[in-house]
Design a binder for this molecule. Structure first.
Ligand code: PLP
Length: 385
């Protein structure tokens, strides 16, 4: 049997990892500024995490949601405290797409409406509603196409207000990433998020904050939407939640009430997933990783802005993007193969940084030196000294 060939892959096999570093099968070390796509939140193979997950596995890894799983209550309590959303309710699932799928569905159950507002360049996942709310027609299969999703321009208040004025009573939910990830690190402005809050309240629509990539402390606040000082009705979470263990969830404001069987999943919230998610929160808290993400993120952005040729450096915390001009289009590849540094990208010309929140200043400096060295090698008249 062969693998279904859906991923264009680099010919590198990682066999070992620690902190912000990984090693391949030939012993080559790499600096991980990509965090395995924003997933590694507390650093690879963190000893507390490894201990908690293996300890749990030795007791019990899984049993069904038809019995009590006290670890779920423990997780809900801790998550409520760290995120500052203590009155919210937690539903656990397995992936970012599944979290968004459940959020959109729950919104529709809540207000008995069908229309969803999503925004240009959004990415919400690949399951049927999540992909229908994703602004990329090439990954939407005919069976997923629906008139229930409307795409409005990102960060355009006038258009959003106009749309609500005309159709407000039909809108079930508005879904938005606080910082668009796949779309290229685009920040929703504080005022735009406040406008969404105001309109959703006025028209009884549900404000869904997709925090799958930009949440869990990555931006320096627990949810990037917190920068706008507003509460969404539902937050969706995944990537950083389990530091690599597949665990996801949604937290739901108190006015949205649960009914038995309205949502459900076999694997969601299993013992092992909860142990992984608890270990992540414990480390985030103990090692002050949100503060670290904010401080180091600002440092990285300040330093990147000083490098000529890199354009439009932007982001929040350790979710950073910059545009590279045509003459540096090989930068990402050269960072990987010459400097052994993993970075992310967004089409057509954005380099995305999504490292562990436990990145250290010396790791950041190693990255900055490598970027300068590669630019000097690529442009005819380097101006970096
Ligand atoms: C903002 C956002 N939402 C949802 C998803 C989908 O998550 P998953 O791949 O875990 O289904 C992603 C994945 O990249 C994402 O970035």
């Amino acid at each position: 049997m062969h693998l279904f060939n859906v991923y264009p892959i680099n010919n590198i096999t990682i066999t070992k990892a620690k902190g912000s570093y990984v090693w391949d099968d030939k012993g080559q070390q790499y600096l991980d500024m990509y965090g395995g796509h924003a997933v590694i939140s507390i650093g690879h193979t963190h000893p507390h995490y490894v201990g908690r997950v293996t300890g749990q596995l030795n007791k019990i890894g899984f049993y069904s949601n038809s019995l009590k799983i006290p670890l779920q209550e423990e997780l809900a309590e801790k998550l409520g405290k760290i995120s500052g959303k203590e009155g919210y309710q937690l539903f656990l699932c397995n992936s970012g797409a599944e979290a968004n799928e459940n959020a959109l569905k729950l919104a529709s159950f809540y207000n008995n409406r069908k229309k969803i507002i999503a925004f240009t360049k959004s990415f919400h996942g690949r399951t049927s509603l999540a992909v229908a709310a994703t602004d990329n027609p090439t990954i939407v299969a005919p069976v997923n196409q629906t008139d229930n999703v409307v795409f409005l321009p990102f960060d355009d208040e006038a258009v959003l207000e106009g749309y609500f004025k005309k159709n407000g009573n039909e809108i079930s939910s508005v879904i938005i990433e606080g910082v668009q990830g796949v779309g290229g690190i685009n920040l929703a402005s504080v005022h735009f998020l406040q406008t969404i809050r105001k309109l959703c309240t006025e028209y009884n629509a549900v404000f869904i904050a997709d925090s799958v990539q930009c949440g869990y402390g990555r931006t320096g606040k627990f949810f990037s939407h917190d920068y706008a000082n507003v509460n969404a009705d539902i937050y969706t979470m995944a990537k950083g939640m389990g530091n690599g263990f597949p665990v996801a969830g949604i937290i739901i404001a108190p006015h949205i009430r649960a009914k038995h069987f309205m949502l459900g999943t076999t694997f969601g919230g299993n013992h092992l997933a909860c142990a992984a998610a608890l270990a992540v929160l414990e480390v985030i808290e103990k090692e002050c990783l949100m503060q670290n993400a904010e401080g180091l993120g600002n440092y990285l952005m300040d330093e990147l802005k000083k490098i000529p040729y890199l354009m439009n450096v932007r982001g929040r915390g350790l979710m950073i993007g910059f545009d590279v001009p045509e003459e540096l289009k090989e930068l990402k590849k050269n960072l990987l193969f010459n400097q052994h540094i993993f970075t992310g990208e967004a089409k057509p010309n954005v380099i995305r940084l999504l490292p562990s929140l436990a990145l250290r200043k010396k790791d950041a400096d190693e990255f900055l030196d490598a970027v300068k060295e590669e630019i000097e090698a690529m442009v005819p008249e380097p101006r970096l000294s």
